[in-house]
Design a protein around this ligand. Structure first.
Ligand code: PGA
Length: 279
């Protein structure tokens, strides 16, 4: 599968934290240090509040851990008080921007607004991380349609050729911010990853396989290994686990060991095939 060929991508969503720039710098430098042990195995991007992107970008060691935005306006400029455009985010040093996070959808962002934002982020030369996910699961499987519709509508303003500039972040709302840290099971995640890839293939053909799907919702050092190994995704979008460099390092370590296991598994297959042939 896809993830065997690409480095896993881990995008840390800092949300509305930390309170000060000093804390943000300390956290960022801590994450760069933590990532240095895994830099050949993992691609890591952190998404701080917008006002911290430029100062963190100027810390020079930025290349090792990328920066991203948590949101961007679909307006480009003008009399739009309080808005921050995608180009502004980009020129501050962001290489990607999260769009359509459920916490923004809860504030009233519609699929139509999200589609405009995805288009603007892509137009500005960044990758758009389009967040989708159902609020709850039902036995009849209506949640699958919810996710499909969010993807369809979220991609409505970009061309098929631009779809590879989008990463789908599957973040079921019921799994985000859980105090018991219980995420989705790797089995259910795998089913959803297959469903999303199938739908993307319907839209763009075989290239749909090349679109990265990452998972977010109570990812922790404890569950990241299983979710990566068996969940069929190409990375994660952790929120709270990205706020403390030590915890974030735990996620890196869990994914790195999953990659090793996956490599072992792929090496084992030809040996079995050989043995069968000998018999
Ligand atoms: P969480 O947040 O990891 O704290 O659940 C994930 C997210 O909201 O992106």
């Amino acid at each position: 599968m896809m993830k065997k060929f690409l480095k896993p991508l881990i995008v840390g969503n800092w949300k509305l934290t930390p309170s000060t720039l000093d804390e943000a710098k300390q956290r960022y430098l801590g994450i760069i240090k933590a990532h240095s042990k895994y830099k050949s195995a993992l691609e890591v991007v952190v998404c701080p509040p917008a006002s911290f992107i430029a100062p963190l970008n100027s810390l020079k060691r930025v290349k090792l851990v990328g920066l991203g935005g948590q949101n961007a306006s679909f307006w480009t400029e003008g009399s739009k008080t309080g808005e921050i455009s995608a180009m502004m985010i980009k020129t501050c040093g962001a290489r990607l921007t999260i769009v359509g996070h459920s916490e923004r959808r809860a504030l009233g962002e519609t699929d139509e607004v999200i589609a405009e934002k995805v288009a603007e982020v892509v137009k500005c030369g960044m990758t758009a991380v389009l967040c989708v996910g159902e609020s709850e699961r039902d036995e009849e499987g209506a949640y699958l349609e919810v996710v499909k519709t969010q993807i369809k509508k979220g991609l409505a303003r970009i061309s098929k050729q631009e779809i590879h500039k989008v990463i789908i972040a599957y973040e079921p709302v019921w799994a985000i911010g859980r105090t018991d840290n219980v995420a989705i099971t790797s089995h259910d995640l795998h089913q959803m990853a297959i469903f999303i890839h199938k739908y993307l293939k319907e839209i763009v053909g075989i290239a749909g396989d090349l679109i990265r799907i990452i998972y977010g919702g109570s990812v922790t050092p404890e569950n990241a290994n299983d979710l990566y190994l068996n969940g069929g995704v190409s990375g994660f979008l952790p929120g709270r686990s990205s706020w403390d460099p030590k915890t974030f390092e735990g996620v890196f370590s869990a994914v790195a060991s999953a990659i090793k296991d996956l490599k072992k598994q792929t090496k084992k297959v030809p040996a079995k095939v050989k043995n069968k042939k000998r018999k």
